[in-house]
Design a protein around this ligand. Structure first.
Ligand code: HEM
Length: 339
């Protein structure tokens, strides 16, 4: 059986995360807005990325928020930060997509926002809740594919006190809201001993406005499922067992490399930190069409220590994924030529 994979914009723009054949946690932050060339294309030229999945993913976010309001929270002291986040995201969208998104400040100091992709025109007064149809963070999250967490900085610590998170990878925003940055990272293996999280904490506390930074993180997901939150574990958790029983063609279609491009931005008015999480997924059968990615991902998966593979939830199928990639034929833009 042969599956022909069309030239895919998702492959060209995929933020392939591995810089060597081995992966370990690190405080891997770099200045944002720099374009990264990859073996298949490039990524990273903008802070907010609206791609071919824009309308589809926004519809998915809307459905998740309608079914589960705990994916959105703004603790009362974060209301100014929510306005700050909204305006910052509008500015980023307008810079990235000037032909389709526009933000104007009028002479009376009120604002006009236009998003032609969604057919939105909205006039508002900054800081006045009644001038928007929704709470400002929720309002703008209906127009970006990124998940957003806003962190308050007080007593020399950061607290995740607001956000809209519909595409969490095996965690729960509703559970974490109000927790400190250090508490949130408590379950991650290794990082305490290695100082990764304390260094990240110190770094974020020193962030300055107008100097956005970014990092990547990765895991694997079975099926093209953005919402693998703890809340919905009963729906997706059993896939980790079931994937052991599918044939090779189905395996290559279902198992995805999932990459998060995360931005860290100090908001200029409120002083809060905005954390953006943009999730990209590529099935192994498309990943394997790029030979350098195929070989490197196989090496990383085979070498990854068990405690990290366990925490990422991939321990049951990472060896098969590595073997699948090594055996895949990347030629002729064909994902899997085995019967
Ligand atoms: C430089 C900054 C950061 C670094 C180096 C960092 C590092 C990490 C690492 C290594 C993991 C484990 C990921 C995995 O194995 O898949 C993780 C998980 C996580 N991070 Fe961060 N992180 C950073 C910023 C943030 C920020 C600002 C937030 C916002 C609240 C955040 C929220 C989380 C959450 C919710 C998890 C999942 C924890 C769980 O299992 O419950 N991270 N982070």
């Amino acid at each position: 059986m042969s599956i022909t994979v069309p030239d895919s914009p998702l492959v060209e723009g995929f933020p392939f995360p591995f810089v060597e054949d081995r992966y370990r946690y690190s405080t891997n932050v770099e200045a944002a807005n720099q374009v990264v060339s990859t073996a298949a294309g490039s990524w990273g030229g903008r802070v907010v990325d609206a791609d071919a999945e824009y309308e589809h993913e926004l519809a998915e976010r809307a459905a998740i928020l309608a079914a589960d309001p705990t994916r959105h929270a703004v603790l009362s002291h974060m209301r100014p930060a929510a306005w700050d986040a909204m305006l910052t995201l509008m500015r980023e969208l307008a810079v990235a997509y000037p032909d389709r998104m526009r933000l104007h400040q009028k002479v009376d100091q009120s604002w006009r926002w236009e998003n032609d992709i969604l057919g939105v025109t909205q006039e508002f007064v900054y800081g006045e809740d009644t001038t928007l149809p929704e709470e400002p963070l929720r309002y703008i999250c209906d127009q970006v594919q990124e998940d957003v967490v806003l962190l308050d900085q007080r007593s020399d610590q950061l607290f995740a006190d607001a956000g809209v998170v519909t595409f969490a990878a095996d965690w729960s925003f509703g559970f974490d809201v109000g927790m400190s940055f250090l508490e949130i990272h408590g379950p991650v293996p290794r990082v305490r001993k290695e100082g990764v999280i304390t260094r990240a904490h110190e770094f974020i506390k020193r962030l300055q406005p107008h100097q956005p930074y970014r990092r990547t993180n990765w895991t694997m997901t079975i099926g093209r499922r953005l919402d693998v939150s703890t809340e919905r574990y009963p729906e997706w958790g059993p896939d980790r067992e079931r994937i052991g029983h599918v044939d090779d063609v189905t395996f290559g279609q279902l198992v995805h490399l999932r990459v998060e491009v995360q931005h860290l931005i100090r908001l200029p008015d409120s002083g809060a930190v905005m954390f953006l999480i943009r999730t990209y997924m590529l099935p192994l059968n498309q990943l394997a069409t790029v030979d350098a990615w195929r070989r490197r991902t196989a090496e990383v998966l085979a070498e990854l220590p068990d405690d990290m593979a366990d925490y990422k939830g991939i321990i049951k199928y990472r060896t098969r994924a590595a073997e699948w990639l090594l055996g895949a034929d990347p030629s002729a833009n064909t994902a899997d030529t085995r019967s």
